[in-house]
Design a protein around this ligand. Structure first.
Ligand SMILES: Nc1ncnc2c1ncn2[C@@H]1O[C@H](COP(=O)(O)OP(=O)(O)OP(=O)(O)O)[C@@H](O)[C@H]1O
Length: 237
């Protein structure tokens, strides 16, 4: 049986001074699963990703990541746990312009000993681990690698962001609409590379997107509107 990566049990969340945003009875993500999370704009997808990754704590209920109750850890312990076990791909990528491509990719290994050691188990150095991932994700032009990330196209930046999320094989990769700036063919091509690298790293993938055409590529889809008892009926896609 697959082990459970995320287990959410009767969790609720409201931003301060706002009405309840999330009220979810049950949600699980299993090891190796690739799950598509969809929902209207403003329905709380990014907030849910923050809860599942331990950035925020639920007001009620419990969220367990890799068997650890997020509420049992201090904020600093949660930060460390997140750095060790989760990789993020953000919508705007959040790459650091003053670092090279390779330095951006190796960044998580400077915050997490666990990920540094895992990367070094398979490669001679962190730069070689980064290059391997970049090549596998389709960024094979070595001339690009010394450039500032600002000089890369959106599609190239996306690959750098994916390599950064995957380095050191975190158990969970969370992607928040990382394909929205790409055309349909590029989105699907990127997803296929991302899936292959998640499989190679043994990472589960939780992927948020508005693009319903991507849904069939995943093992399973979750509709936030269907699982969230606090969903507002007037939300629009
Ligand atoms: N840091 C915050 N402080 C206060 N309210 C917030 C914060 N972040 C999000 N919200 C509110 O929570 C609600 C849900 O936002 P969230 O970003 O989670 O939705 P989403 O489904 O990811 O939206 P989108 O698809 O447009 O990115 C919105 O009403 C938003 O204003």
């Amino acid at each position: 049986m697959n082990s459970v990566i995320i287990d959410l049990d009767a969790a609720t969340y409201a931003w301060p001074g706002q009405p309840p945003l999330l009220d979810i009875k049950h949600l699980q993500l299993l090891a190796g699963e690739r799950v598509f999370l969809k929902g209207p704009s403003g329905s709380g997808k990014t907030t849910l990703l923050g809860l599942l990754g331990g950035v925020y704590l639920p007001d009620q209920g419990q969220i367990t990541l890799l068997g650890k109750n997020m509420a049992s850890m201090s904020a600093a312990e949660r930060d460390r746990f997140r750095a060790d076990h989760t990789g993020y791909i953000f919508q705007m990528f959040n790459l650091l312009p003053y670092l090279s491509v390779v330095e951006n990719v190796t960044l998580p290994c400077h915050f997490s000993r666990v990920r540094r050691e895992r990367a070094l188990k398979r490669h001679d150095g962190l730069a070689s681990a980064a290059l391997h991932l970049l090549h596998s994700l389709g960024l094979s032009d070595n001339a690009l690698l010394d450039r500032s990330v600002n000089e890369l196209s959106i599609g190239q930046q996306q690959r750098v962001a994916a390599a950064r999320a995957l380095i050191g094989s975190p158990e969970l990769v969370i992607a928040d609409e990382p394909t929205s700036a790409l055309d349909a063919d590029s989105r699907e091509a990127f997803l296929r590379l991302l899936f292959a690298e998640c499989s190679a790293a043994g990472s589960s993938l939780l992927f948020v997107s508005h693009d319903a055409s991507l849904e069939p590529l995943f093992d399973r889809a979750l509709s936030l509107r269907d699982i969230n008892l606090a969903a507002q009926p007037q939300e629009v896609c």
